[in-house]
Design a protein around this ligand. Structure first.
Ligand code: THU
Length: 133
């Protein structure tokens, strides 16, 4: 993604970070995803007393977009206040790949700046698409 898009999406993610519900881990994460039509959807991590029910910021941003009729994305920015967050988790990589293998990802946290694409993050992703002969 170009620098202007990156700065804009990171800003959108940063302003959403205050909504992260990270009562248990204290690790706050927010994401902003850019759909190909130019619309932007944000999400935060939402934890639960039953820990396994937690959903990451990246998936919440994508699911919010899908619920509003967007299924193709070009870029995503992720921010966190924790150095534990240095790249997206495996489940989020699978969900990114479902909709946009060419999704460009930038992540900013105390661990540093990380840039990649969904396809690079999840080589050999599971897919229900028929294999090309
Ligand atoms: N988390 C995310 O929101 N995104 C990731 O890619 C990795 C982890 C959240 C889940 C949990 O609420 C907290 O970070 C600590 O794992």
């Amino acid at each position: 993604m170009d620098r202007q898009t990156e700065v804009m999406l990171l800003a959108r993610a940063r302003e959403t970070l205050k909504h992260a519900y990270a009562k248990y881990s204290k690790v706050h994460v927010a994401a902003a995803v850019l759909a190909v039509d130019g619309s932007i959807y944000t999400g935060v991590n939402v934890e639960n007393a039953s820990y396994g029910l937690t959903v990451c910021a990246e998936r919440n941003a994508i699911f919010s977009a899908v619920g509003q009729g967007r299924q193709r994305f070009s870029a995503m920015a992720i921010v966190s206040d924790s150095e534990y967050i240095n790249s997206p988790c495996g489940a989020c990589r699978q969900v990114m790949t479902e909709f946009s293998p060419d999704l460009e990802v930038v992540l900013d946290s105390p661990a540093g700046l990380f840039r990649s694409t969904a396809a690079q993050l999840l080589p050999g992703a599971f897919s229900m698409k028929e294999k090309e002969e």
